[in-house]
Design a protein around this ligand. Structure first.
Ligand code: THR
Ligand code: THR
Lengths: 166, 166
């Protein structure tokens, strides 16, 4: 199981912003990301869940803290144009990621990562995963502790020592 | 810009399931993923947006179509245990992914991908991104068309011919 995992990364300087209840129709996601791209705003995570029974949806982004004000400006403009309900912000964010390969093939990998944080009272604000990276957003105060706990939970120090010795 | 991108992948055999309005407290994500891992259910994408002003949140997963029924069973059990509002399902899903490197450093990459789909009336049901992979969930009927359009929008055929010629 641990072969699949190579490291833990943290980015302590993030903010999360979401535009809530935009029309769930073709073209909306493009419009929103174009507006951010036009202002050269660097987006890190983009997260959108699904809502089959209703006709609106919400799109969340993480950006670096210094891009927050401008991002909010852009999304507020879009909110007016698109008739969205609101723009919400969480300025206290850090991204903690487990990096490796084939991470999705073993369901106990995300389970172990999330359980580790939960058992240590660290709340997970956002989640975005792919086979090479499992990312959680937590509060900035919890970031280093989260990274250390995950590192220990997956015994990454043993892997590092092993490869150092060979 | 196109250097960053290497290919487009599709997985036409997915279903999306989400457990709605679980308590937004430490331990919940772990509990949910543990329950799925225990039944050896292979999870592909895990997506959770953020809701700073309320005390509940929702977690969405994509699984292969043949795992849908069991996934719903597990989540329905959890819904009862956790006091969640509902379990929602969209059985008509396919994942279309743009694969490369440094994808998040250029905000016009996701913008181009989403705009391409939008201009062709393809609705984006879910989004999950990382620097190596931008994934969208669309309907199964739209999957191959979406992949082809993205391939063209990023002129990937030119890259392929170029590397074939060298
Ligand atoms: C909400 C947004 O993603 C919309 N479904 C779109 O395709 O653009
Ligand atoms: C909703 C769920 O992710 C919760 N915030 C947790 O940390 O487990």
């Amino acid at each position: 199981i641990f072969r699949a995992i190579s490291s833990v990364a943290i980015d302590k300087d993030q903010a999360a912003v979401a535009i809530m209840d935009v029309p769930d129709q073709p073209g909306i996601a493009g419009k929103i990301t174009q507006a951010l791209a036009k202002r050269n705003i660097g987006i890190d995570m983009i997260v959108q869940s699904f809502h089959p029974s209703i006709d609106h949806n919400s799109i969340a982004f993480t950006v670096s803290s210094d891009a927050l004000d401008e991002t909010v400006l852009v999304l507020e403009e879009l909110k007016a144009q698109l008739g969205a309900r609101s723009v919400q912000v969480d300025a206290d964010c850090a991204k903690v990621s487990l990096i490796g390969a084939g991470l999705v093939e073993q369901p106990d990998i995300p389970a172990r990562m999330f359980t580790t944080l939960g058992e240590n009272s660290i709340n997970i604000k956002m989640i975005s995963t792919s086979e090479m990276k499992l990312s959680c957003v937590v509060s900035r105060d919890n970031a280093e502790k989260a990274a250390r706990l995950i590192h220990e939970a997956f015994e990454l120090h043993l892997l590092e020592n092993k490869s150092a010795a060979t």
